[in-house]
Design a protein around this ligand. Structure first.
Ligand SMILES: Nc1ncnc2c1ncn2[C@@H]1O[C@H](COP(=O)(O)OP(=O)(O)OP(=O)(O)O)[C@@H](O)[C@H]1O
Length: 365
């Protein structure tokens, strides 16, 4: 069996190489280069990543190839992220990077010549009714299926996630015992390149700064100033520079460049119970084809370990989730990721389109 491994130089994908070699495979290793060497918002971790990846390849006597997907990344993922931010939405570049780059362009250029592509993502593949489904990982804290929820059937059926049945500490133990060069490297924060750079610097470079007002939603009182609505996201608490909080961003007026905030953990204004999703995408297939009633599911609206219980409904405009508990910071642009009731299978995802927070008492100007 011909296996391509996506090797980042981090501990997870290094352990993937180790495990596959232990099982007798001789995978080919690929490092994807995305950043430009001279970009000022780059940090130097990419160089270190490649050095680590090379050390792992040497250690196992395997070939390592660098695949330059810089152009593809900027034309697709970065352009998508900037466009969403410009329109006041909260993009999810990690989701798009998986769909379009790691399992998109890479597959078209390289992966197509292999039987499987293996990565260090915390996820599983599950065979059910003769089809491959995306399954959640054993380690709920590390589960990354929400980042994979836009991949399609061809992609999921060619993927291998050798770490899906392991806890993160077990992975680290394996790396330490095997004395892998990357064994002590710290975990990366985001999956994709945009997660490794200073996000505000990146956004500033493309959208600049434009001062606007920060207004208390309930009273209309001006509390301070911000440097552009694109630096802020619904549900955000930190980085507002306001005293007497906690303050949360609950609404954005992109035409007027106004950020509306609300104070306190218990304010109803920062919560919603339902949200709609557009262009809902099923990874394998729609397991509820023909079902008219509300479907009990679990779901996530951001990268957290908890799966929230709710009901999935369909209407003429798309899918709607009604949650059993109140949801903080429903951010349009992010993905609503839907799982089966037992949170074992990741069924698919759709972009959050709107939320229905309670109406504020005051009239918004
Ligand atoms: N630059 C890259 N080149 C090749 N593969 C990559 C690259 N970045 C990430 N990957 C693949 O995507 C997987 C998930 O990426 P993520 O950034 O979440 O890393 P991680 O969970 O910290 O894993 P690792 O410890 O391997 O970096 C990695 O395990 C690896 O297989």
């Amino acid at each position: 069996m011909n296996i391509a491994v996506l090797l980042s130089g981090g501990v997870d994908s290094s352990v993937v190489v180790h495990l596959l070699c232990e099982q007798g495979y001789r995978p080919s290793l690929f490092y994807i280069k995305i950043g430009k060497d001279d970009a000022d918002y780059m940090d130097c971790s990419a160089e270190e990543d490649l050095e680590m990846a090379s050390a792992v390849a040497r250690r196992y006597g395997l070939s390592l190839e660098v695949v330059d997907l810089h152009r593809e990344y900027w034309d697709n993922v970065a352009a998508y992220a900037i466009e969403k931010v410009r329109r006041g939405f909260t993009p999810n570049p990690d989701v798009m990077c998986n769909k379009l780059i790691k399992f998109g362009c890479f597959e078209q250029q390289v992966g197509k010549d292999f039987d499987f592509t293996a990565t260090g993502h915390y996820a599983t593949t599950v065979l059910r009714n003769g089809k491959t489904w995306l399954g959640t990982a054993l380690d709920p804290i590390k589960d990354q299926t929400d980042f994979l929820a836009q991949i399609d059937y061809l992609q999921v059926s060619k993927l291998m996630f050798p770490l899906g049945g392991l806890m993160k500490r077990e992975v680290r133990d394996i790396a330490l015992k095997a004395k892998l060069p990357s064994a002590r490297r710290r975990d990366s924060q985001g999956i994709c390149f945009l997660g490794k750079i200073n996000y505000n610097d990146f956004v500033r470079r493309f959208l600049g700064e434009k001062e606007g007002r920060i207004v208390e939603l309930e009273t209309g009182k001006i509390l301070g100033a911000h440097r552009g609505y694109w630096f802020h996201t619904i549900g955000q608490r930190k980085g507002l520079g306001l005293s007497g909080g906690p303050w949360f961003v609950v609404r954005k007026d992109t035409d007027e460049n106004v950020i509306y905030v609300s104070r306190g953990y218990d304010t109803e204004l920062q919560y919603g119970h339902e949200f709609g999703m557009q262009d809902f995408h099923f990874i394998t297939e729609n397991p509820w084809e023909g079902v008219k009633e509300a479907i009990p599911v679990t779901f996530k609206i951001r990268h957290t370990p908890e799966f929230i219980r709710g009901k999935l409904l369909r209407d003429e405009t798309g899918c709607l989730i009604v949650s059993e508990e109140k949801l903080q910071g429903i951010a349009p642009g992010q993905f609503g990721v839907v799982y089966d009731e037992a949170a074992k299978l990741c069924i698919g995802s759709g972009e959050i389109r709107y939320s229905t927070p309670p109406n504020p008492q005051c009239q918004l100007s």
